[in-house]
Ligand binder design. Structure first.
Ligand code: B3K
Ligand code: ZN
Length: 860
């Protein structure tokens, strides 16, 4: 298929004034009647034909202004239907159609499908065209009226309930929206209900709809929803705009959740929680995803994207908003570190390989392949930089103007930046390069102290990415401070802007020393990129001693953590090539762990090692060929060394950090459990399984239970998997953890065999995306050394499953194929095995557009 290009955008020939839909639901033959009021678009550059998208639809009948059309009046292809301009009654007309669709056969989970006896929809990006003929593009916005006919008790759509009777319900959504925000749900559902009064005093009914039996697992999601609604009022002045807000939990869902107007649909994994079944991490995800989808009501729904190239307009901004919310709700530094860990693990990895693309891509074959860490997480970083550059007040003023100017519109990144330019009077043309250049910039620092002055030179470099050999310098805000070798703060935090290839700064040490009331130091330690002020790779040029000072004293918690992180990474790299860990690092960690005034979650993060994938990338960046087996063994050896060096401290923390039996998912308790469970895992490396056995037996919540379970899996308790299974076999979400943990915590040489055996387990339902991801993702992400087994068995296993899944669910198959994106890092044997697996996939007949685009891009 031909790629679609941003440069080819043209406005639609027709706009929609109103849509009426009637669904007569049946699993094997749902009838959809549509009545759509069209009007010619004066700005339409097209030929004036009426172009409607439509896929997998059986057309029963259609008419224009009441006159039935015959097959001679239109052109029907597998992609849609065109009525030539000369057959249209005039500039305004009503299109009516009836189509039949087969929701029970819809295994792609896009459009209208069935899941465990309920009907539900997923339309973003282009699923609405599988429901009826329509201009399925985000710049066509219209109010929708929907009638649902079905014997199922609960019938939901967007907007407000309009009328209902036995076997039917009508909904009306007054806010014009693109078709991708359409949703319909029908099922035997029960609600966890509540109410919310908005800042202007309007009363909103809130419902979380779940299968009977799950209603006692909705309280946390509801609480998160109400807090999100309040937060958006307080921080952004945004009020909810309908009489009801519905959330529905669905077991079969391709991603996390979807922001359909007034009817958010969620993967049940991100709604249902009880202390016994959900971990602290699950609670954390529920909170941030509920917030994210709710925040889309303004950033995405009221103001949407002109075309799918502008996806970051809604996603980057909404991720930034949900990160702000989490930072306000929990610990801000911990949130920042976690966000950066995610960014590096997923987005830097993407940027470093063949799938690198702009935050605003220039072209795509299948848009679902561009819901990426680059669009989402790097997109959010760009908003954060913008806010840092213009300041919090001007940022808020610009957002107010954005909502004022563009409410009800479908916008572009140019519109977004123009608002900031108008409100702040700045020229953002250089900043815009962040949206149009792929790749992670590299920033390096060099400095010297001479004659009482510090000369600091910052430089940026932009490595080439596929299709972009040369790049222009970007605008990099560098938040920084300076410390003396004793850890005294010499310079209060300031932000400098690196917008050329390099920047030289000059500081007067005498003056700084005077202000800090210390003698003039003969050495200075720059603390650069505080709070990770830009999504770049920094070579700070710091010695080990300098970093130990930052680890002990940096007033910026992010850079404190970062100093420890880089020492750990360096130590692991040295151990990989035969070195031994430096005891000074362990001493520093020991002191940090003893600082009781530090957040326990922060301490747990400082104790965590870089992942195996981080290490593989670090090895590659250092010009080495990473050996996944050696990396795994080295991390293990480091854990043993750490446990030995820190044993008394870890044992003391294990006892001190017990939050007691009354479980709460709040940040404070979760932090204690995080630190305590890190201590448990490390201690098990030298103590054997006794402590983990007791921990598992005593656990009264899933966070502790899974920590005990995974530790026992690793220390080789032969019976633990069976016991966990027998306890939880009837709980789908907990069993996802059971499947995943066994693969992720298997010894590398056994991982593929274990994964394969699990795919034969009676509870392995590979058509359920969560279950598929548990086992196949448990190997590819959870057990890199197992996945990269030198035999190639992991690659063959993944390829076999991608081929099988692609025939049913291309979107999830394509998503999972990114496990191969790092293939160029590895040795020639592994490269040949991976490219062989990719070529085998590419050679399949009838491969989806989704997976074939991915394989082609990865292979290139
Ligand atoms: N907007 C949806 C993602 C849709 C993905 C389509 N493949 C969820 C979100 O970002 O909130
Ligand atoms: Zn989103």
């Amino acid at each position: 298929p031909q790629p679609i290009r941003l440069a080819d955008y043209h406005p639609p020939s027709h706009l929609v004034e109103a849509v009426e839909l009637t669904f007569r639901l049946a699993p094997r033959g749902t009838r959809v009647r549509s009545k759509i009021r069209f009007r010619a678009n004066p700005a339409g550059l097209e030929n004036g034909n009426l172009r409607l998208d439509g896929e997998n639809l059986r057309l029963v009948s259609c008419a224009l202004d009441g006159t039935p059309l015959t097959a001679l009046d239109y052109l029907l292809t597998p992609e849609g239907l065109t009525v030539p301009a000369e057959r249209l009654p005039g500039p305004s007309f009503t299109w009516e159609a009836e189509v039949e669709i087969d929701p029970a056969d819809n295994t792609a989970l896009e459009g209208l499908y069935t899941s465990g006896g309920m009907f539900c929809t997923q339309c973003e990006a282009e699923g609405f065209r599988k429901i009826t003929f329509y201009p399925d593009r985000p710049d066509v916005m219209a109010p929708f009226t929907v009638r649902i006919e079905s014997d199922l008790p609960i019938l939901l759509s967007n907007g407000n309930p309009a009328a209902s009777g036995p076997g039917w319900a009508e909904w009306h959504d007054p806010w014009p929206k693109p078709a991708y925000l359409f949703a319909l749900v029908a099922g035997d559902l029960v609600a966890h209900s509540d109410r919310f009064t908005t800042m202007s005093g309007r009363d909103v009914a809130l419902n979380i709809w779940v299968r009977p039996g799950d209603e006692d697992k909705c309280a946390y999601a509801m609480d998160a929803l109400k807090r999100s609604m309040r937060w958006d009022e307080e921080v952004y002045g945004r009020e909810y705009d309908l009489d009801v807000f519905n959330i529905v939990a669905v077991d079969d869902f391709n991603m996390g959740a979807m922001e359909n107007k007034g009817l958010n649909i969620f993967n049940s994994k991100y709604v249902l929680a009880s202390p016994e079944t959900a971990t602290d991490r699950d609670y954390d995800f529920i909170e941030s995803i509920v917030a994210h989808e709710y925040f889309h009501n303004w950033t995405g729904n009221r103001i949407t994207c002109r075309d799918w190239f502008q996806l970051c307009l809604k996603e980057g901004l909404t991720v930034f908003r949900d990160q702000q919310f989490s930072a306000d709700t929990r610990s801000a530094p911990v949130q920042r570190i976690e966000d950066v860990l995610q960014l590096r693990a997923r987005q830097f990895r993407e940027d470093a390989g063949p799938l690198a693309h702009n935050v605003r891509p220039d072209s795509y074959v299948e848009i679902n392949n561009f819901y990426t860490a680059t669009v989402y997480e790097k997109g959010a970083e760009l908003i954060g930089m913008l806010r840092r550059i213009v300041g919090a007040q001007e940022y808020r003023a610009a957002l107010d103007e954005y909502f004022r100017r563009h409410d009800g519109q479908a916008c572009t990144i140019e519109d977004w930046l123009a608002v900031f330019e108008d409100v702040t009077g700045r020229d953002l043309s250089q900043f815009k390069r962040w949206y149009t250049q792929a790749g992670t910039p590299r920033v390096s620092a060099e400095w010297q102290v001479a004659e009482g002055r510090l000369h600091l030179r910052l430089a940026q470099e932009l490595p080439p990415t596929p299709g972009q050999p040369l790049k222009e310098p970007v605008v990099i805000p560098v938040a920084m401070g300076l410390l003396s070798p004793e850890g005294a703060e010499l310079l209060p935090e300031t932000t400098v802007i690196l917008d050329g290839p390099e920047l030289t700064l000059d500081f007067d040490l005498d003056e700084m020393a005077r202000r800090a009331c210390i003698a003039r130091p003969d050495h200075v330690i720059p603390s650069l990129l505080r709070g990770f002020s830009a999504p770049v790779i920094l070579d700070a040029g710091l010695s080990r001693a300098d970093r130990l000072v930052l680890l002990a004293h940096d007033p910026d918690p992010f850079n404190r953590w970062e100093a420890g992180r880089s020492l750990m990474r360096e130590t692991l790299m040295e151990m990989l090539t035969g070195g031994a860990p430096d005891p000074a690092l362990f001493d520093a960690l020991d002191r940090l762990l003893a600082e009781d005034r530090l957040d326990a979650a922060f301490r747990a993060l400082c104790l965590a090692l870089p992942s195996e994938d981080d290490m593989a990338q670090a090895a590659h960046d250092a010009g080495l060929v990473p050996d996944p087996t050696a990396i795994h063994a080295t991390r293990r050896a480091m854990q043993v060394a750490m446990a030995r060096a820190l044993q008394p401290r870890l044992a003391a923390l294990y006892d001190a950090m017990d939050p007691g039996p009354a479980y709460s998912p709040d940040a404070d308790q979760a932090a204690k459990r995080a630190l305590r469970n890190s201590a448990l895992t490390l201690l098990a490396r030298i103590e054997g399984p006794a402590r983990a056995k007791a921990h598992y037996a005593a656990a009264t919540n899933m966070t502790d239970e899974i920590a005990g379970f995974t530790t026992l899996l690793e220390t080789g308790d032969p019976d633990i998997a069976r016991r966990f299974h027998d306890r939880w076999k009837d709980d789908r979400l907990v069993m996802d953890k059971w499947f995943m943990a066994q693969v992720a915590h298997a010894a590398p040489e056994q991982a593929v065999a274990i994964a394969r055996a699990l795919t034969d387990h009676p509870l392995f339902d590979w058509t359920n995306p969560n279950r598929f991801r548990s086992v196949i993702g448990g190997l590819t992400s959870g057990n890199p050394a197992g996945f990269h087994d030198p035999s190639g068995a992991g690659y063959r296993f993944l390829a076999d499953w991608l081929i099988r899944l692609d025939a049913k669910n291309p979107q999830t198959a394509a998503r999972m194929s990114t496990a191969f994106e790092t293939w160029r890092r590895y040795d020639a044997d592994r490269q040949a095995l991976i490219t062989g697996a990719l070529d085998r996939i590419a050679a399949q007949d009838g491969l989806s557009r989704d997976l074939s685009e991915m394989v082609e891009r990865i292979r290139a």
